[in-house]
Ligand binder design. Structure first.
Ligand code: ZN
Length: 293
C-alpha cells in the first residue's frame, strides 16, 4: 500500500518553493536548483553599482527572481505568452524575473548573466518607462556582461542588405528564431555604436528625457543631435561596410555565401558546356555519313 502512495507524497515536496535573499534581491527556487542560487544573487547584487552609474539611475524596490523547475511552472508564471526559444523573461510591472532552470531547458546560457539581463529590463521599465526595444535589449546585453554574440547573422544581413528596420524590431517576440537572433545581434551592435560614438552620458540624457515625459524622437535628438531615423541611416551605412568586411573573414560566411553559390555557378557552367558539346555532336552527326564505314 505504501508503495502506491509514495508518489503522492513526493510530488508536493518537489514543487515546494525555497527562498534565498541578498538585501533587495530574492531568488525563489527548488532544492534541486540550489547550486545556482548564490551565483545569481551575487551577480545581480554586485553588478548593480556599475549598471546604476552607467544608466545614471537608481533602482527602487525589491527584485524577485523565479527559477522555474519545469515547463508547466515557467508557463504558469509567464501566462503562457512566450515563444519556446525564450530562456527567461522580465515581468516588469511585478518586478519579477522568471528563468528556466537549466535542469529541464538543457540550455547552456550563463544563468547569472541572464538574471542580470532581465533585471536591467525591470530597472529600465520601473525607473524610466518604455524605451525602444533595440535599446532595451542592447543595454541589457552590454551591461549584463553577456558580451559578444557571434555576429554571423549580421554579416549575412550586411551582404543581403536585410537588416531589420528599427521600428520592426518592436515585434521581436513574433519573429522566428533566426530573425530573433538577427534582431538581438543588431540591437547589441546599434547600442554599442551609440555608446562608443556618444558616450554613456548621451544614454543617460536620453533616459532622463523619456523619464521626464519626452517622446523617443525628441529625447534622442536631445541626447545625440540626431533624429532616430538619421541615426539608423548612419548606423546602416557604417554597419554595412563593417560587417561586410568581417563577413569576408568568416569561414561560415564563405561557405554559405561564396562557396555554395560557386558550386551552383559551376553547375550552371557545366550544364551549358554539356549542352554546347551535345549540340556540336548533333551538328557533326548531321554531316557524318555512316555509309562511309
Ligand atoms: Zn532581453
Amino acid at each position: 500500500m505504501a508503495f502506491f502512495f509514495l508518489p503522492l507524497i513526493v510530488l508536493p515536496l518537489q514543487a515546494q518553493w525555497l527562498e534565498s535573499t541578498e538585501d533587495w534581491v530574492m531568488v525563489h527556487h527548488h532544492q534541486a536548483d540550489a547550486a545556482n542560487v548564490q551565483a545569481i544573487l551575487e551577480a545581480v547584487y554586485l553588478s548593480y553599482n556599475d549598471i546604476s552609474s552607467n544608466l545614471g539611475l537608481q533602482f527602487h524596490g525589491k527584485l524577485e527572481i523565479y527559477l522555474a523547475g519545469k515547463p508547466a511552472e515557467f508557463g504558469e508564471l509567464t501566462d503562457w505568452k512566450l515563444p519556446v526559444w525564450s530562456q527567461g523573461v522580465a515581468l516588469t510591472d511585478k518586478k519579477m524575473v522568471v528563468l528556466k532552470s537549466p535542469r529541464y531547458s538543457g540550455s547552456k546560457i550563463n544563468l547569472s548573466k541572464a538574471a542580470v539581463h532581465e533585471f536591467i529590463h525591470i530597472f529600465l521599465a520601473s525607473e524610466v518607462g518604455r524605451i525602444p526595444l533595440w535599446m532595451n535589449e542592447g543595454l541589457a546585453v552590454m551591461l549584463s556582461g553577456e558580451g559578444y554574440f557571434d555576429d554571423a547573422a549580421l554579416s549575412s544581413a550586411s551582404m543581403t542588405g536585410k537588416f531589420i528596420p528599427f521600428r520592426e524590431m518592436e515585434q521581436v517576440l513574433r519573429f522566428s528564431p533566426a530573425e530573433a537572433q538577427l534582431a538581438y545581434q543588431q540591437a547589441l551592435a546599434v547600442t554599442r555604436y551609440w555608446v562608443t560614438q556618444f558616450g554613456w552620458s548621451s544614454v543617460q540624457k536620453f533616459l532622463w528625457s523619456v523619464k521626464a515625459g519626452d517622446d523617443w524622437d525628441h529625447a534622442f535628438l536631445q541626447a545625440t543631435g540626431l533624429w532616430l531615423d538619421e541615426f539608423e541611416n548612419e548606423w546602416l551605412k557604417k554597419a554595412g561596410g563593417r560587417y561586410k568586411y568581417s563577413a569576408l573573414k568568416d569561414l561560415n560566411f564563405f561557405f554559405s555565401w561564396v562557396f555554395v553559390p560557386l558550386i551552383i555557378l559551376g553547375g550552371v557552367f557545366a550544364y551549358f558546356r554539356r549542352r554546347r558539346i551535345v549540340k556540336k555532336w548533333k551538328q557533326e552527326e548531321e554531316f557524318f555519313d555512316y555509309g562511309d564505314y
